[in-house]
Design a protein around this ligand. Structure first.
Ligand code: RIB
Length: 297
């Protein structure tokens, strides 16, 4: 069984700010850091750091050698990452004193995926293989349909939520990892319990992981429900916390770790990522997660 992550790779330009800039305002920032990010890349790095062999598929621009080097250093296979003309994806991230962020995304080469490329990549995968997706590359509906036809198990983190997702056949998804906003968009409900009820009705075979920020996370599969709180840590930068959770969740799934134990390790790994600056590079290894003692809320 192989794991493929078809996803974005972004340079994150992180500006430290006093507050999120308002419409019409001009404001000084007091620091700029550049980090490797992109939901796709972060999740591949999280998988690799959790000990899962992962193949990443995607597109970087002419400025994208750094992504390939980072993947290699972390053991992410880049056979299916292509370098194309133009710029890689990037983000402008405002990071405030409370470690909250706002993210402006420029898709760049992440949006240069073609149907031929999707076919070429997915031809190497089949029944039982896992495909992880987020919503920062183009052609998501086509990727989902093609992977499903090939018998792959599809794990979707529908983030950021936008109209491109409306064209996706969500009935083909085996595992959803959603926050409250994404869960509300998919279910039409706002209360966490109702989101999970409606998703269980609409997608009866799917597992759903609903993240609730400071309130932790709830997992539901059919009638099984499991909750996990957060770990207390001094937050520095919340970027990639969710991606860390996703990577560790799939790692636990493949290891067959019971759900309560699995969610606990995901929450701990995410908390460690939040205590460090950056995205891909803030993600801890399984050994670091194991060796770090944190208080559970
Ligand atoms: O999930 C965090 C990621 O979202 C950042 O690294 C940024 O690149 C955006 O894609």
């Amino acid at each position: 069984m192989k794991v493929l992550n078809f996803g974005s790779l972004n340079y994150d330009y992180v500006y430290k700010v006093d507050h999120m800039i308002l419409a019409g305002e001009t404001m000084d920032s007091y620091g700029l850091e550049t980090h490797f990010g992109g939901k796709g890349l972060n999740q591949s790095i999280a998988l690799a750091k959790a000990g899962v062999p992962v193949q990443h598929a995607g597109m970087v621009g002419e400025d994208g050698q750094g992504f390939l080097d980072l993947c290699k250093r972390n053991g992410v296979d880049t056979e299916f990452v292509r370098m194309v003309s133009g710029k890689s994806g990037h983000t402008i991230i405002q990071l405030d004193k409370n470690a909250q962020n706002s993210i402006l995304l420029y898709g760049g080469s992440n949006r240069a995926i073609t149907k031929d490329f999707v076919d070429e990549v997915l031809a190497n995968f089949g029944k039982g293989d896992i495909l992880l997706l987020q919503n920062e590359v183009n052609l998501l509906p086509y990727i989902i349909d093609t992977a499903y036809e090939r018998g792959m198990r599809i794990v979707l983190n529908p983030s950021p939520y936008n109209e491109a997702l409306d064209a996706c056949d969500m009935g083909k998804i085996s595992v959803f990892l959603v926050n409250e906003i994404e869960g509300a968009q998919i279910s039409g409900e706002n209360e966490p319990e109702r989101i999970l009820d409606v998703m269980a009705e609409k997608f009866p075979e799917a597992e759903v992981v609903l993240t609730l920020g400071g309130d932790g996370v709830v997992y539901r599969h059919k009638e099984q429900i499991c909750r996990q709180g957060i770990f207390t840590i001094k937050a520095v930068d919340t970027t990639a916390a969710g991606d860390t959770f996703t990577g560790y969740f799939i790692a636990g799934m493949l290891e067959g770790t019971p759900i309560a134990q699995r969610l606990r390790r995901c929450a701990k790994a995410s908390a460690i990522a939040v205590s460090r600056m950056g995205a891909a590079e803030s993600i801890p290894t399984a050994q670091e997660v194991e060796n770090t003692n944190l208080e559970e809320k």
